[in-house]
Every structure is written in C-alpha cells, then in structure tokens.
Design a protein. Structure first.
Ligand code: HEM
Length: 498
C-alpha cells in the first residue's frame, strides 16, 4: 500500500536553492557564472538534460545550476539519491518541468501537489486499473494494436523501406493507452502524419521545457507567439478529451476501463467521486504520461538491439523458446521473456525516458549526512547520471549490457540505484502497464523481423521533458524461419473496437 504523502502546509511557489540549502556554497556550480543570468554561457537550451549530464560529470554527485535568478540542486550520486528515496524524510516535489504542466494537467495524478486532496482520491480510485487482473484484460487489446504495427512494418519490409522508429512507437503506444484506458481509436496507423493530439501534446511538453530557459517575468514577452501556440495546443487537448468523455457518457459501457473508473467509481471509504474538471485532467494525464515515455523506451531498446546483433539474437532465441508456436503469446508468456525485459531495463538505465524527478524535504534534515536542507527545500534527481554512477554500476557504466539486470547482479547493487519510474508514493502508477506493453512488443518484433540499422546513424537524443532517439530509422526484414503463421495476431479481440 502506498504511503500517504505529506498533505498540509507546503511552502508555495518556486523555492530557489538559496532559501532551502543553508550551506549552498559548499555545492559546486559550473564555472563562468554570469551575474543575474547565471550558468548560461555555452548552454544548449534545447537539451537541458544532456547539458546537466555534462556538468554532472565535471562537478560530481551533488551540484547546482542557476538560470535567470532561479537556482536548483541536482543529485545523481547513488548514495545521495538513495537518501532522497527515504519516504519518511522526503516526498515528491512538483518543480521545474512538472510544475510547468500545471496549466494543462492541474491537480491530475502526475502534477498534483502532495497536499491536494485529489491526489489520494484519484490514486485510490485508479490504482485497481493497474492490478494484475486489469493488466490481463488489457493484454488482448495490446496485441491487437501491435498487429497494426506489424502490418505497417510488413509493408515496409516487403518494399525494402526503412521505418521511422520513434514515430511508429508513438503511434503504437498512443493507440494502446487510448484503447485500453478509454476505448478510443485515434486511427494513428491510418495517418501519414502524427495525430493532431500528438502534435498538440509535443507542443505543450516542449513549451513546458522552454519555460525553464527564459527569465520568468519575461516569459510572456519572450515566448509570446509560442505561448499563443501553447494555449491553442491546450485547447486542442481539452477539446479532444471532452469529446471522448461525451461519447462515453452518451454510449456508456467501457467494461471497467480507466475512463469508467474515473466517471463511475466512488472512493471505497469516503464515497467521493472525481469532479468533471478533474476527470478531464486525469484523461489528459493518462493519455500523455501513458504513451510518450513508453514510446521512447521502446525506441531506445530497438536502437540498442539493432546495434548489438548478438544481443538481439539472444533475445530472439528466448522469444522462440518461450513462445514456441503460439500464434498469440498469452498474458503469462510475456513476463517469462526475462532477457527481453533485461534489454528493456538496460535501455531505461542508459536513457530513462522521464529523465528526472524532484524530491523535497518533509522537515529540516541533512542530505546523506552532508548537506543541510530546510523543510521544503528540494533537489532534482538526474536519473541518467544516477544510472551511470560508477559506485553502483562499475567503471564501464556507459556500456550497454543487459546482464546487469540478472537477478544476482541486481541483488549485489545498492538499493535505489535504478529509478526510471521514480520513487515512493508518487512513483509511476503505470509501471507494470509500460513494462508489459514494451516487453510484448519487443518480443513480437524480434520474433517477426531482423532489424537492420543504418550504419551511418549516430544516436542523437532529442528532449521535450522526455527523451527520444531522434531520427532513428531501421530496416525490418521478415525472418525466413518465422514460426508463427501469417494469420497470427489476427483473432478478433472482444471490445477492441475494430
Ligand atoms: C517507460 C514508461 C514510463 C516511464 C519511464 C515513466 C516514468 C514515470 C516517473 C519517473 C514518474 C514519477 C514522476 C515524479 O516523481 O515526478 C511517473 C509517474 C506517473 N506515471 Fe509514468 N512512466 C512510464 C509509463 C507510464 C504509463 C504507461 C502510465 C499510464 C498508463 C503512466 C502514468 C503515470 C502517472 C499517472 C504518474 C503519476 C503518479 C502519481 O504521482 O501518483 N506512466 N512515471
């Protein structure tokens, strides 16, 4: 059972580090700090996470950055991050990028402050939507969406064409969460361009990231046209979601999916229900949080599989063995793909697609016995660097090696050194959903195709709060000895809507 987060009396507004860290001077910052502006010399504003990774390597496990008067502390040392995971002393902080999403997601599950009553209400109402039983119910729908992907890739394979990996993974994961959570079909695979919902979502995520790179009071002026576009994007997201909710209210019956829970389920103890405004925020939250990060995770995993044919061969052999001649893998057969899951974990280690989360002190405390923090002071955990800390991952932490996740290796590592899904009461509610979906899809793709990389491709990571391998294209080739018949994945799926 999740531990209830702090509910009352949090300090409000952006808390610059000078207010919360009495010995801030002991924490290193980048050289060439400019008065008023801060650490802005030579910084690429489009890639704040990778810039922070660069500083992390130079400045050590706890460091700070300042931009336009706002100063914040980054933590990535495994020892210090483990201390921040102590739920009795720290809780989620809604800061920086996450706070910038409040205009669109408000007190939805992801962006809610700990003290807002709608967090606990929505958590309790929606958590059963991620139970094992619920997941087993989603499995046939996930298969059905994956079939659309393989039909698309089959056509590309037949024509000898390369596929746009992040684009296709985004179609897949959007359709999956829309179908399983909301009984909705965006028709992404029938479109040559991204669905307008995706364009609006990418717009709001990118805008939320950009807001951190301009002086706060000047943001409305400097980002005037971007801000207008952002308002239009938010209006589009709201409009899409309102139509979806209206359609459900008119027709009823989503077989207990997430939307049914949001609309119909009362809190088991208090009898309270989510308000219409909160339902809107939750639907947007789940549509966005439920696909963007999983799409990135799948894309990075496919990148690594294509770059490491020996790892792909081992994963493929596992799929052939575990799924054997089953036309459609059963729900239980997905979790049995242990090596494929390690490939996914290792991809999420190097490129955790939600690359940071923030933690705030519940009371005055000392971080890892070293840095005093006042109540309400907060720090960003820089996950891609936590996942590269040599103290936890060894001197070759940059190397892609799925065996880091075999049971013995996991046991021998310090606790809390792998955090792609955040930590504590506010950790990702969709973790099992994402892992099941991604493992299933990787299994299906490995079983059906050889993945040919473009040898000239060099990994470039694009940032819009989340991470994605930019411009990644692969050439799928149907395997000569594919074991499943062509008609696999084609059984009609009850309630899948196509
Ligand atoms: C690989 C895929 C995913 C990754 C890497 C990921 C990562 C994360 C992280 C790091 C957090 C914590 C953020 C924080 O502390 O500020 C989070 C929270 C959350 N995630 Fe995910 N997520 C993924 C997939 C999903 C999916 C599939 C769903 C929904 C179906 C989802 C829904 C949420 C929600 C609603 C929260 C807020 C939970 C709360 O505060 O109670 N995520 N996720």
């Amino acid at each position: 059972m999740a531990q209830a987060p702090v509910r009352t009396g949090e300090p409000k507004g952006f808390r610059s580090a000078e207010l919360g860290w009495p010995e801030l001077d002991r924490i290193p910052h980048p050289p060439r700090r400019v008065p008023l502006l801060g650490d802005v010399v030579g910084v690429n504003r489009n890639t704040p996470v990778q810039e922070s990774m660069r500083y992390a390597r130079r400045l050590g496990p706890v460091f700070r950055r300042k931009a336009f008067g706002k100063e914040f502390v980054f933590v990535w040392g495994a020892r210090q991050a483990a201390d921040l995971a102590d739920e009795s002393r720290f809780a989620k902080h809604v800061g920086l990028g996450v706070a910038n999403l409040r205009p669109v997601a408000g007190d939805g599950l992801f962006t809610a402050h700990n003290h807002e009553p709608n967090w606990q209400l929505a958590h309790d109402v929606l958590a059963p939507g991620f139970s094992r039983e619920a997941m087993a119910g989603y499995h046939p729908m996930m298969l059905s969406v994956a079939q659309r992907l393989t039909e698309h890739w089959d056509r590309a394979a037949a024509a000898g064409r390369a596929v746009d990996v992040p684009g296709d993974m985004t179609k897949l994961t959007l359709e999956t969460i829309a179908r399983t959570g909301f009984g909705h079909d965006f028709g992404s695979f029938e479109r040559s361009r991204p669905h307008p919902f995706v364009t609006a979502m990418v717009g709001t995520l990118t805008y939320a990231q950009r807001l951190n790179t301009v002086p706060f009071p000047l943001a409305p002026l400097l980002l005037r046209s971007a801000s207008r576009r952002n308002e239009a994007d938010i209006a589009h997201l709201n409009h899409t979601v309102d139509a979806l909710v209206r359609a459900r209210r008119a027709t009823g019956g989503g077989d207990g999916d997430l939307l049914d829970r949001m609309l119909e389920t009362a809190h088991p103890d208090t009898g309270e229900r989510l308000s219409p405004q909160n339902v809107r925020r939750q639907v947007i939250t789940f549509l966005v949080a439920g696909h963007e990060t999983t799409s990135g995770a799948l894309s990075f995993a496919l990148y690594y599989l294509a770059r490491h044919p020996e790892i792909a061969a081992r994963a493929r052999a596992e799929v052939d063995r575990v799924w054997a001649d089953a036309a459609d893998p059963a729900y239980e057969q997905v979790a049995r793909l242990r090596y494929v899951r390690r490939v996914l974990d290792e991809s999420l280690r190097l490129w955790p697609t939600a690359p940071a989360f923030s933690r705030q002190a519940r009371q005055d405390t000392v971080l890892a016995g070293e840095h005093p923090m006042r109540r309400g002071a907060w720090a960003l955990v820089l996950t891609p660097m936590l996942h590269r800390d040599p103290d936890a991952w060894g001197p070759d932490a940059e190397r892609f090696d799925p065996d880091r996740f075999d049971a013995q290796a996991v046991r021998s590592r310090p606790a809390h050194s792998f955090k792609p899904f955040g930590t504590g009461a506010r950790a990702c509610i969709g973790r099992q959903f994402a892992l099941h979906e991604a493992t299933l899809v990787l299994g299906l793709l490995l079983r059906r195709y050889e993945l040919r990389a473009d040898p000239a491709y060099r990994l470039r990571v694009t940032e819009r709060l989340t991470l994605m391998p930019e411009g990644l294209r692969l050439r799928p080739e149907r395997r000569a000895s594919v074991r499943q018949p062509d008609s696999d994945l084609r059984r009609p799926v009850p309630g899948a809507g196509d």
